[in-house]
Design a protein around this ligand. Structure first.
Ligand code: SAM
Length: 341
């Protein structure tokens, strides 16, 4: 993939809030195939989706009959013209409703799409959009990264089922972490990597390229799906084939838990608290483990337990002794406990 930085003004890029990342159809298909049973007779809302470009809208309109949907609604923020990649310059948004192909050929007929302009801009928090949200059974989209917390908060407030793309770093937001800890939301199956971005987005040195068709792309190492729809993966037991020993599993200096650097190293016979990387969430089965908290909230300040100068400063994290009087700062850790012991 060619990765040639373009000479664009940094100022122009900063002036735009960079929320336009378009999900690929193949990534939607890869994830959605695990959720088929949830959609029968349901109204699906894609509320951050320009129907002209959104592959979410494409997926649901083309699979409307197969999924036995009741209705599909897509709303688009600040864009009602035919411009492929919105700069969100329009004052008003649009709403599109579709209740299936009646001709029997199972191909969505644009003449059957009912389109109307909102009075407002189509913001997912607006009264017009909330009214549609109330009608919906399941919300499926990739919402703006910059409003992720607010977006999830609204879904929870209206008790909606959802499947949305987000950034795994959102797990460190208190609000999102509390939902994960409380088993109200969890991670889906796959990790979309590459997203289409508008032409006016600045090229980056890395993870940014233009393909042979002139389409601009960016890739992320930490995108994932968040959902509250039940999935089989969540009930699969992680096979624990390691045995605990004091030597192999040192305890942190500032919290009573053992360090596990890879989820595959979780010992099957340890009853106490264990610190694991955030990637453990991809394998989390709430019947097997309980999440007690995270290093951000559980770590004691190192100043209370170790001499100044023996550890590197920073926000709350766990520390491990290096055996020579100094302490190594760990990455963020989740703290878990095996429920079966
Ligand atoms: C990450 S993009 C994803 C677009 C589309 N859902 C997809 O996956 O291809 C987020 C979209 O949300 C739109 N957006 C930004 N702020 C919004 C808001 N307040 N309400 C609704 N949509 C918003 C952006 O214009 C952008 O198209």
């Amino acid at each position: 993939m060619p990765s040639k930085p373009l000479n664009r003004s940094l100022h122009a890029a900063k002036a735009t809030k960079q929320d336009e990342f378009y999900t690929q159809l193949s990534d939607i298909e890869k994830e959605l195939r695990h959720y088929t049973k949830h959609f029968k007779n349901k109204t699906v809302l894609c509320n951050c989706d320009d129907p002209k470009v959104s592959k979410f809208f494409h997926y649901f309109s083309h699979n409307f009959e197969k999924l036995k949907l009741k209705k599909l609604i897509a709303t688009c923020y600040k864009n009602c013209d035919a411009d492929l990649f919105s700069k969100n310059k329009a004052e008003r948004g649009i709403c599109l409703e579709y209740d299936g192909d009646k001709s029997g050929n199972r191909v969505p007929d644009p003449a059957k799409f009912c389109v109307h302009k909102f009075k407002g801009d189509g913001d997912f928090r607006s009264e017009e959009c909330v009214k549609l949200l109330k009608q919906a059974d399941i919300v499926v989209t990739n919402p703006p990264f910059s409003l992720f917390r607010e977006y999830v908060e609204q879904l929870v407030k209206y008790k909606k089922k959802f499947l949305i793309v987000g950034n795994q770093n959102a797990v460190s937001y208190k609000e999102i972490f509390d939902l994960i800890k409380g088993n109200e939301i969890w991670l889906g199956y796959t990790h979309p990597v590459a997203f289409v971005v508008p032409d006016h987005y600045e090229m980056r040195e890395a993870r940014s390229w233009r393909d042979e068709n002139g389409t601009n792309w960016r890739s992320f190492g930490n995108a994932c799906w968040f959902t509250n729809l039940d999935i089989a993966k969540r009930h699969e037991e992680l096979v624990l084939y390691k045995t605990y020993s004091r030597k192999s599993y040192p305890k942190y200096k500032n919290y009573d838990a053992i360090e596990i650097s890879k989820y595959t190293d979780i010992p099957g016979d340890y009853e106490g608290a264990m610190g694991v990387p955030v990637t453990f969430l991809d394998h989390y089965n709430p019947d097997q483990f309980e999440i007690l908290g995270s290093s951000r909230t559980l770590a004691r300040p190192m100043s209370e337990v170790a001499k100044k100068g023996s550890f590197s400063q920073g926000g709350p994290r766990f520390y491990l002794s290096d055996g020579e009087g100094a302490y190594r700062r760990m990455y963020d850790r989740l703290v878990i406990k095996n429920k079966g012991l």
